[in-house]
Design a binder for this molecule. Structure first.
Ligand SMILES: NC(=O)c1ccc[n+]([C@@H]2O[C@H](COP(=O)([O-])OP(=O)(O)OC[C@H]3O[C@@H](n4cnc5c(N)ncnc54)[C@H](OP(=O)(O)O)[C@@H]3O)[C@@H](O)[C@H]2O)c1
Length: 262
């Protein structure tokens, strides 16, 4: 598959991996709609990207049906077709299940799961017409439930189930569906995660040896899409985690318990 003149929606592309995906897609002559909730950040992203090609933005909260509808409608109005969508918008939260405020539960499930379903449902008819693609951005947190990241893990693991169902459902319609489980990727300095009370806080720093650049992660995701690989792990940590989940699940639990400070 190539991206030349293909119309793609990239959700959550005002910063981070989504913006880098947009950058690399435009370099390959795709036409884009990018989304996010913060209009100032989206406008800035559009300004940065527009010298590379056709890009428009739609301000939309993934958890709101009407917003998702506007994303689908605006894409068709702007470009007349939809060849694919990369469900990249995502939010994480940390804290014990027992301590989570209801608002945090709702926000993570609305962003990472409900919105993904809404938008997939709304764009599939147009994507079918182009024999196009749907790609979900998952995480190594979706391979095994992580302590203190239960909400994030459950929403990312659910993407595998959704991709598995859709992969079969849509095959007869000529639509490719896949899931990209990415590993630690360098974060924007402004990136936030939610604590159990719902306050946005800085994301903990990571071991740089285990962290990919956004360029490497985005390029790997686009390669998966081009090759139409249903499922791919995009990091060495992900490969190690998958191996343990598959062959040594009890050992993995023991490791988590040892390391868990509580
Ligand atoms: N970075 C990593 O190490 C890593 C590892 C594994 C998986 N991932 C996944 O990769 C994806 C991108 O991560 P990132 O690190 O680039 O995150 P990021 O820097 O926080 O960017 C997230 C993007 O999603 C948008 N967004 C968040 N909530 C939204 C909502 N409710 N509705 C619409 N847009 C929303 C944000 O814009 P607004 O805030 O303006 O809405 C922003 O554009 C996520 O799905 C994440 O879970 C990242």
């Amino acid at each position: 598959m190539h991206f030349n003149n293909k119309v793609f929606i990239v959700t959550g592309a005002s910063q981070g991996i989504g913006k880098e995906l947009a950058y690399q897609l435009l370099q390959q002559n795709a036409k884009l709609i990018i989304t996010g909730r913060n209009e100032d950040r989206l406008r800035l992203a559009k300004e940065e990207l527009s010298s590379l090609g056709a890009v428009e933005y739609v301000v939309a909260d993934m958890g709101v049906w009407e917003d998702c509808q506007r994303v689908a409608d605006s894409t068709l109005t702007q470009y007349g077709k939809i060849d694919g969508i990369i469900h990249n918008a995502g939010m994480s939260a940390f804290g014990k299940v027992a301590d989570m405020k209801r608002e945090v539960i709702d926000e993570i499930i609305n962003t990472n799961l409900r919105g993904v379903l809404y938008l997939t449902n709304l764009v599939l008819p147009a994507i079918r017409a182009q024999n196009g693609s749907v790609l979900f951005v998952g995480s190594i947190a979706g391979l095994h439930g992580l302590p203190d990241y239960s909400l994030y893990s459950l929403t990312k693991m659910s993407l595998t189930a959704l991709a598995q169902s859709l992969h079969v459902e849509e095959a007869a319609n000529g639509v490719f569906v896949g899931v990209a489980h990415i590993g630690f990727t360098e974060n924007e300095s402004v990136k936030k995660t939610l604590n159990a009370s719902g306050e946005p806080v800085d994301v903990p720093r990571r071991n740089s040896l285990l962290t990919n650049s956004r360029q490497v992660t985005a390029s790997s995701i686009l390669k998966q899409l081009k090759r139409k690989k249903y499922w791919k792990l995009h990091s060495k940590v992900g490969l190690a985690n998958h191996f343990m989940v598959r062959f040594f699940p009890r050992v993995l639990f023991t490791i988590f318990k040892w390391n868990y400070k509580g």
